[in-house]
Design a protein around this ligand. Sequence first.
Ligand code: E4P
Length: 267
Amino acid sequence: MKIFIDSADIDEVQQVRSYGILDGVTTNPSLIKKAVEKHKIQDMEAYVEKLLRIANGLPVSLEITATDHEGMVKQAERLFDSFNSIANNVVIKIPINPSTESKACYDGLKAIKELTEIGVPVNCTLIFTPEQALLAAKAGAKYVSPFAGRVDDYIRSKLGMSFEKHDYFPQHGMEKDGTLIDDNGIVSGIDLVAKCVKVLQNYGFETEVIAASMRNARQAREAALVGAHIATLPLSVIREMLIHHKTAEGMKKFLDDAPEEYERLMS
Ligand code: E4P
């Protein structure tokens, strides 16, 4: 499974890149807002250029904000034309369905098709059903991003549970009064990811599934087990993937036991 970092923070991108595990970067307007606040960004153009250079050829998803077909294509072209020449790594994030107004319902698909035809790679975002993923893939999306964590949040709210954002939610769902709680047949975020992977595999699409909105290490493990091509992870989840109390305990024992004569061989 490829690992993308879900962050617009250049320090975090640089850090994870230096570990040799990074395959790409995803941003969204909320993550850009966080970076603006942290880095007190005045010159957004220079910041985005730096982000793309640091990613150094790895794909970086930049999301548009328009909510109609023409506006989305125009913004996507503007971003792609302005920034892709820097490191040849811009991917445009297009929502599957940009507006609750029924007439705009098809605009995401129209934008994906048009951008794909002119060679702009698209990451289709805000995917909450396997059928949305299927339609995005048919329209030509290079990536589809099912939002696993937000599905879990939604199902937990239906269960009446209180929870922290990083809490684990079981892949096979949870019952209330003997009934498995679902969202139109989807019982967890990982269930959504698994079903997106299966649907695209059934028909041989090249579109890659990015497990997005990831909350914890166990969810990242499950995304890998169900065959997600990519997981896009916040830095906190990447860190959590490294930690185990028995690793720490084992390390302490080895350090306590190591004889001086042996230490001298390495000094
Ligand atoms: C990435 O593509 C998504 O925008 C991101 O993972 C959403 O994560 P969140 O649900 O934690 O905001």
